[in-house]
Design a protein around this ligand. Structure first.
Ligand SMILES: Nc1nc2c(ncn2[C@@H]2O[C@H](COP(=O)(O)OP(=O)(O)OP(=O)(O)O)[C@@H](O)[C@H]2O)c(=O)[nH]1
Ligand SMILES: [Mg+2]
Length: 325
């Protein structure tokens, strides 16, 4: 039977076990090449990844992880760029992970993100990594979460995580980020409707970006209206306006997430680290299940399917049998 991804050996490590501590020290000293190499090892889940993640553990929990999510084109990358500039003026270091949509339709955004973020590239206080979400359609990949750990372990004060809010990944962002910012913009039309059900549920802060455009105030009122019928506590959610291109409202946005950040930090680093670990375990478990289904388990899926067809086994029981095999 063909090997599945989950059973395949990990890619060969480019960092030997003996070098792991050295790499972690160099990362923490801010050496960009070390950070980059470690991130690559974690992204491809090489044989060095488990050792690296373990060596990073004692250094985790410093960074505040801030998720930026919202519909395509709302201005997330531009806003992230503006927020980076503001945080740098305050003397804080920033790690950025931009999860690119894997869809060829929005493929242009990949290049766009890279170009827009190049302003940060010659600043040692900023480290930007773009990541394809391939294989995790619309979802935040476990690789992104490992990279959050790498940037946190490297000692960055803030980690910004940009994901397109479609389908699954707003929920992923809710699980992984300490603070969740949902970005909307005027003229997104039906997207506001879609945001009511998914994105708004997870937001700590809602931003109406492109406030320099007509309709921003109306979008803001629509969102406030949508929030007021939300079941959970609405008073905790701030709704702010920004213009990422001219810098309006950026200071207020950073102040708003810092206010939440204070509460998050007071709750303790363990909570935040546990959240990330929990997510990684859940995704790894889901991958194992997916691999089992693909391989059909020890005896193949067809005998189980036949048993269901002949009525001797319920689908539920067949599923348990598959997972036990
Ligand atoms: N007028 C105006 N345009 C903006 C603003 N912010 C971003 N834009 C423009 O909106 C377009 C999309 O911006 P991006 O930052 O790429 O949006 P995004 O949400 O990251 O897009 P994806 O990553 O493709 O989902 C670009 O042309 C930006 O220049 C703003 O505040 N005002
Ligand atoms: Mg973007």
């Amino acid at each position: 039977m063909a090997k599945t991804t989950a059973e395949a050996p990990p890619p060969t490590a480019r960092i030997s076990d003996a070098d792991i501590d050295g790499y972690v020290n160099r990362m923490r000293a801010g050496e960009r090449r070390a950070i980059s190499t470690v991130i690559t090892e974690l992204e491809r889940l090489s044989a060095a990844a488990p050792g690296l993640l373990q060596a990073l553990q004692p250094h985790l929990g410093h960074a505040l992880v801030v998720g930026f999510t919202g519909p395509p084109g709302a201005g997330k990358s531009t806003l992230v760029n503006a927020v980076i500039a503001h945080l740098r003026q305050q003397g804080r270091t920033v790690g950025v992970i931009a999860v690119d949509p894997s869809s060829p339709i929005s493929g242009g955004a990949i290049l766009g993100d890279r170009i827009r973020m190049t302003a940060a590239l010659d600043d040692d206080g900023v480290f930007v990594r773009s990541l394809a979400s391939r294989g995790y359609l619309g979802g935040l990949s476990p690789a992104a979460v490992r990279i959050v750990d790498a940037l946190d372990g490297a000692g960055f004060d803030i980690v910004l995580l940009e994901t397109v809010g479609t389908g699954q990944n707003e929920i992923d962002v809710a699980e992984v980020a300490d603070i969740r910012i949902v970005i909307a913009a005027p003229g997104l039309g039906d997207d506001i409707q879609a945001m009511k059900s998914g994105l708004l549920e997870i937001a700590d802060i809602i931003v109406v970006n492109k406030s320099d455009r007509p309709g921003a105030e109306q979008t803001m009122q629509q969102l406030i209206g949508a929030l007021s019928i939300r079941a959970t506590q609405t008073e905790k959610v701030s709704v702010l306006k920004t213009s990422a291109i001219n810098g309006d409202g950026i200071g207020e946005l950073v102040d708003a997430f810092d206010a939440i950040g204070k509460r998050v930090v007071a709750a303790g680093a363990i909570d935040r680290r546990r959240r990330r670990a929990r997510y990684l375990i859940a995704r790894a478990a889901a991958d194992i299940v997916a691999a089992r289904i693909k391989s059909g388990g020890k005896d193949g899926l067809d005998p189980l399917a036949d048993a269901v067809l002949s009525g001797t086994m319920s689908p539920d029981k067949a599923a348990r049998r598959l997972l036990e095999s």
